[in-house]
Design a protein around this ligand. Structure first.
Ligand code: GAR
Length: 214
């Protein structure tokens, strides 16, 4: 049984896709042991409550220094003893102490095709704004392992999504979520739960990888 801690900051639609995936059996041998939010107003906390999942909220604003928050964040994660930490719309920059505590055991969903439209400042709706500003015709989403850089870790799964000419950032965000994020995040967790994912030379190898099934 893969025990996962899910870190969130906002609406929590990716958390919901994980909860639904576990309920429907698309994700098997997996249990959410903790939902962690840095934002007390995150609707994701409601979703956790409705699903009966233990949830905690710790805001960096309530700590004298960022380091104090980081320490408590790490301790909170450790005390849940997860096998995998899942960043599902988590807007907190993960401190290196946490990356080092969970080597290749943290995954993140990014709303674009890495290495495009990623790195510092590329999060949430901003990513889709930049895609539209650049006039890109194709975008998508990426699930990757988290290393000490920003969106630089080994890529696990990606899925492309077409950009339409009259898209707004909000419309594009919704399409990327529906067509890519809510599919590849549950799929990546299921693959990890079944021991099919390994990292070699900063690249991910998936046993029996079938792009058509994503
Ligand atoms: C998602 O689009 C996710 O890919 C993105 O934030 C949104 C959260 O939505 N994450 C990032 O930008 C991380 N850099 P959700 O709270 O409804 O899952």
């Amino acid at each position: 049984m893969l025990k996962i801690a899910v870190c969130v900051s906002g609406g929590g639609t990716n958390l919901q896709a994980i909860i639904d995936g576990i309920e429907s059996g698309k994700i098997s041998d997996t249990r959410i042991v903790l939902v962690f939010s840095n934002n007390p107003n995150a609707y994701a906390l409601e979703r956790a409550k409705k699903a009966g999942i233990p949830a905690v909220c710790k805001s960096p604003k309530n700590y004298p220094a960022r380091d104090d928050f980081n320490k408590d964040f790490l301790e909170t994660l450790k005390s849940a003893e997860p096998d995998l930490v899942v960043l599902a719309g988590c807007m907190v920059v993960i401190p290196k102490e946490i990356v080092r505590a969970f080597p290749n055991r943290i995954i993140n969903i990014h709303p674009a095709l890495i290495p495009s439209f990623c790195g510092q400042g590329y999060y949430g709706l901003h990513v889709h704004e930049k895609v539209l500003e650049r006039g890109a015709r194709v975008t998508g989403a990426t699930v990757h392992f988290v290393d000490e850089g920003t969106d630089t870790g080994p890529i696990i799964l990606q899925k492309a999504v077409m950009v339409e000419q009259d898209d707004t950032p909000e419309i594009l965000q919704k399409r990327v979520m529906e067509q890519a994020e809510w599919k590849i995040m549950p799929k990546a967790i299921d693959l990890i739960a079944h021991g099919k994912v390994r990292v070699e030379d900063h690249k991910v190898i998936i046993d029996g990888y079938d792009p058509q099934s994503i």
